[in-house]
Design a protein around this ligand. Structure first.
Ligand code: GLC
Length: 790
């Protein structure tokens, strides 16, 4: 199934290729519109201007090429210059850095590649960048054609600045003293390594470790000039838009350990009249110069590039094919089936990077949630992620808030929810697969090397949270719960979190069930009792009259109360009370009505309202954001997806429809919305911002995996439970039908959902009683399901 029907376009671009490609046709959309391209090791972030950077294994600590984050100018990165040898006219194969007038411009951001198509000075060019699907190599394929009818001689020059270490690098003049570059004429390559990696090293002490990789930029063509020094390339006080050396014939190459390290490789390219030429560059990175050279030898050939790119494209198609949804809204289908999942896998799980945030680290709660994107297609990968995070827990149950792969630096905080996501995602895995053997998966603790089963890890997390409970039975908030910015409410370990209470209540029910199924009746009974006590405590102390409080501060003052001028009502404290059945029916109805009244906007559901308009140190840094931005009264997309789930649970089809439209980037007016139309933003400004409706923080947001899950499980309503697949749709009022194909417990389920006179469900032609399809005794095959709902 791919998106059918018309996909939206706007004045800056449009979808193509069934929605899996976005074509930016105007070089000046309101912001850089970026792509993130990566395999599990290397990647690049690249905007429609051509700016961006590359990394290996950790997009912050192991940045290969230098980039200056500057969304207003966006003229920093890796570029290809073209110069007509006859006329001397200079341009670049992407708008940046030269910004020469282009007769044609298209930037195609696809799954696993970005292509720039330009016509300038009667030369047509296509520059395609991608990474191999397995090896640590990035490739640039360049196709050139003469459209003037004359034979042409061009000089083509690839350019980048080496970083080979931590970025952003605040002490550039210090950092560059340790870099070394050298040419390899035989390979038409420039190599780089860094003799100092600015990360803590317990063994060797301060500033005394080498960057563990060697990189090379290589060309498929004979090289007429190679340069390793930035000033020599640009000229004194030069300019990226017109490097001085591109105007000179012969270069004096400067390589070694004493320059300002770049790589520039220039080639002369002859194109016959009306003819075409194809050439390319590779950027390879590996653990040694030999291994890097081997990658260059293997991939710096056009045929190798072609087959690698073909593998990337089919790889993405196949990866996303097993689970598809089709609704009357093709724009939503494209976002949900293709882009949101691509975003979750590439930007969140592999690159851990976007154009607004270069993280590289694993957030304990973040990538666990993201890994749910694998559940319906490759559940083993979700299980691996769970194991990885279990291994970043201490024996007392606490966990790193985040840690860096490569160096294993971690951040231990008083954040109080992180550790519980282990149990949350393991529960999702068990509902999806039915496989309780995950409870035996062994992982060590950070401070106790003997591996322990996952069940033990989860139990230690619960026990730590049980221990961190206020006298009236509400979990403490510490340095923040899901909302990082509530960073000071509970530093004295008195402040409480009602959201965390709702979250914990759901987990207690889930794990009572899991303990029962795994033969731990004692724990099952204990968890049930705790759930009842917690629900009672929340309802005794957390109800503000019209909605649930968000929490209390160390000094006992409430947060999220009608008695407050700002921060009066918080979204998560209502949606999770509904989703986890903490709210009794009358309160669920009341707090949901309050959400609709105070938080629902045309841009989605706000995280809180009204926004804080001045710092409140006792609450935390959330109050320091500009009003209406990010968590401070913006639409925080991650939480806004949970509002859709809650609306579906309340069977408010109208609101489901409105919230889906509100959140869909593809149908926004870009002059108001600014951000990319194909991926989700971390946030959209709320009404307390002068830019209400403006999206930002695209790519690096936990909303991507969640939006997909919420549409599948709550809107189409196909929800795995312990013993069956629940069919419980809540389609927007203007949808008559929807369809989903997905694997589940060894069979393929082809589910048609239809609005009809009377509710009825048929499985393989036979009427189903109730709405739960039980796990088939015999897995395998394909089942046809018809769901009619009133
Ligand atoms: C950021 C954090 C995430 C947190 C969210 C809400 O996205 O990475 O962990 O849940 O903000 O504060």
């Amino acid at each position: 199934m791919s998106a059918s029907g018309r996909l939206p376009a706007n004045r800056y671009g449009h979808f193509s290729d069934g929605g899996t490609e976005y074509v930016v046709t105007d070089p000046r959309p309101p912001r850089p519109w970026a792509n993130v391209i990566a395999n599990e090791r290397v990647g690049l972030a690249i905007s429609h201007t051509g700016s961006g950077f590359s990394w290996i294994d950790n997009s912050q600590l192991a940045t290969v090429t230098r980039w200056q984050q500057d969304l207003a100018i966006d003229r920093s990165g890796k570029f290809v210059y073209a110069r007509d040898s006859e006329s001397g006219q200079l341009w670049s194969l992407s708008p940046s850095p030269v910004w020469a007038p282009l007769d044609r411009f298209a930037c195609r951001h696809g799954m696993g590649y970005t292509s720039f198509e330009t016509v300038a000075h009667r030369v047509a060019a296509r520059w395609t960048l991608f990474c191999d699907s397995a090896e640590s190599v990035e490739m640039w394929k360049i196709e050139l054609a003469d459209v003037s009818g004359r034979a042409r001689r061009l000089e083509l020059c690839a350019f980048l600045e080496w970083c080979c270490g931590v970025s952003p690098a605040p002490r550039r003049e210090f950092g560059r003293l340790f870099l070394e570059t050298w040419p390899d004429p035989e390979r038409r390559a420039v190599f780089a390594r860094n003799h100092m990696w600015d990360v803590p090293s317990p063994r060797d002490g301060h500033w005394n470790t080498s960057f563990p990789f060697v990189s090379a930029l290589a060309s498929t063509e004979p090289v007429s000039g190679a340069q390793g020094d930035k000033a020599a390339f640009l000229g004194r006080f030069g300019d990226f838009a017109s490097p001085e050396s591109l105007r000179h014939g012969a270069w004096t190459p400067l390589f070694g350990r004493h320059e300002d390290p770049i790589a520039a490789l220039r080639s002369t390219v002859d194109i016959p009249a009306g003819g075409a030429r194809t050439l390319g560059f590779v950027l390879a990175t590996a653990e040694s110069a030999e291994a890097t050279a081997a990658l260059v030898d293997r991939f710096c050939r056009i045929d190798a590039m072609d087959s690698s790119l073909a593998r990337v494209k089919t790889g993405w198609h196949e990866r996303l094919a097993a689970h598809r949804m089709e609704t009357p809204d093709p724009a939503l289908d494209t976002i949900a089936n293709d882009w949101a999942r691509y975003q979750a896998i590439v930007a969140r799980l592999w690159a851990r990077c976007g154009y607004y945030q270069q993280s590289g680290a694993f957030g304990f709660r973040d990538q666990l949630q993201d890994s749910q994107v694998w559940l319906t297609i490759e559940p083993e990968r979700c299980r691996e992620q769970i194991r990885l995070h279990a291994g970043h827990q201490f024996a007392d149950g606490s966990v790193y808030h985040w840690w860096h792969p490569l160096t294993e630096q971690g951040h231990l905080t008083k954040m109080t929810d992180d550790l519980l996501w282990l149990g949350f995602v393991a529960g999702s895995y068990i509902r999806e697969t039915g496989d309780l053997s995950i409870l035996d998966d062994a992982a060590p603790f950070l401070d106790e090397k003997t591996p322990a089963p996952l069940a033990d890890h989860v139990l230690r997390a619960f026990r730590r949270v049980f221990h961190r409970t206020s006298a009236r039975g509400i979990p403490l908030i510490g340095a923040g719960d899901w909302n990082d910015g509530l960073s000071a409410m509970g530093l004295e370990e008195k402040g409480e979190s009602f959201w965390l209470g709702h979250f914990l209540a759901g987990l207690l029910s889930d794990w009572a069930e899991i303990w029962r199924r795994s033969g731990r009746a004692d724990l099952a009974a204990d968890f049930e009792e705790r759930r009842a006590a917690l629900t009672a405590a929340i309802n005794a102390h957390g109800w503000d009259g019209g909605w649930y409080l968000r929490g209390t501060l160390d000094d006992g003052r409430p947060l999220g109360s009608s008695s407050s001028r700002v921060g009066r009502i918080f979204l998560n404290a209502q949606t999770w009370a509904i989703l986890n059945d903490v709210a009794p029916p009358d309160r669920a109805a009341t707090c949901f009505a309050a959400v609709k009244e105070h938080l629902v906007t045309e841009a989605g559901a706000l995280l809180l309202a009204p926004a804080f308009d001045a710092p409140v140190p006792e609450i935390g840094y959330i109050t320091r954001y500009a009003p209406g931005q990010r968590e401070n009264g913006g639409v925080y997309t991650h939480a806004a997806t949970w509002a859709i789930a809650a609306a579906a649970k309340r069977k408010d089809a109208d609101l489901v429809g409105r919230l889906l439209d509100a959140i869909n980037p593809a149908i926004k007016d870009p002059d108001r919305y600014f951000a990319e139309p194909y991926v989700l933003p971390g946030n959209v400004d709320g009404p307390d911002s002068p830019h209400h409706g403006r999206g930002a923080w695209t790519w690096y947001t936990g909303s991507a995996a969640w939006l997909h899950r919420v549409i599948a499980e709550w809107v189409l309503g196909v929800r795995p439970e312990w013993d069956g697949l629940r069919l419980d749709p809540c389609l927007p009022p203007d949808w008559r039908r929807a369809r989903m194909v997905r694997p589940w417990r060894g069979s393929v389920w082809d589910i048609e959902i239809e609005r009809a006179g009377s509710p009825r469900i048929e499985v393989d032609g036979r009427a189903l009683e109730g709405s739960l399809i039980l796990v088939p005794a015999q897995p395998g095959g394909r089942h046809r399901v018809r769901v009619q709902f009133a």
